[in-house]
Design a protein around this ligand. Sequence first.
Ligand SMILES: Cc1cc2nc3c(=O)[nH]c(=O)nc-3n(C[C@H](O)[C@H](O)[C@H](O)COP(=O)(O)O)c2cc1C
Length: 221
Amino acid sequence: MKLLALNGSPRKKWNTATLLEQAMKGAESEGAETEQINLYNLNYKGCVSCFACKLKGSKSFAKCAAKDDLTPVLEKMRNVDAIILGSPIFFGSITSQMKSLFERFIFPYKSYDLKNYYPNKIPIGFIYTMNIGEDVLAGSAVEAHIKLNELYLNFLSGYGESLIVTDTYQFEDYSKVDMTYFDPEKKKKRREEHFPIDCENAFNMGKRFAHIVKDKSLLAQ
Ligand SMILES: Cc1cc2nc3c(=O)[nH]c(=O)nc-3n(C[C@H](O)[C@H](O)[C@H](O)COP(=O)(O)O)c2cc1C
């Protein structure tokens, strides 16, 4: 069983990357092979509306015809047993690299008639990290954005799951940053007390995904 983790944060060792690593460890604890790719190491664009993926009878039908650093990643996303995406929230949505991947991954498989050409039924998870707390998230545009992404992933693979990590610790040293909106002490406390729980939830997501891959009947639950 192979699980692919895709980090959509430009930071390779911070919240999102740490949570993805925990998810990978969870999957590995059940014998899975894992791989993490940092999307910000790659050079690619989002969908360019060429519609090659929609051309009836063409070689590129239901495939992204654009060729760049994302091409082998999309190929892997077609062949692995489970995927976990991770992205911080930037200005209310996933980061630009993750958004570009989302377009290139989903659009070729989803027809205008809502036919689904993704060949697999696999678990796909999405770990979101953000500065705002649960109170601000509730009922917000960010929450709606997350629900919409979950709908797309569910449509495609039959199993989309979100792990939402709020009120993250953003800077090594808050005293150096021009910002008074967040209380550094509260952030530190949250980091110490709650982030370990977030990491455990990520670990359990990876572990659960490995179980689902072993027993596909769990996909229906
Ligand atoms: C350009 C930029 C925009 C951001 N916009 C938001 C936002 O709209 N809402 C929010 O809650 N956090 C926002 N954040 C904070 C990040 O989502 C948060 O710190 C996240 O945990 C960072 O992930 P990382 O530690 O993996 O890099 C923003 C951060 C940056 C750099």
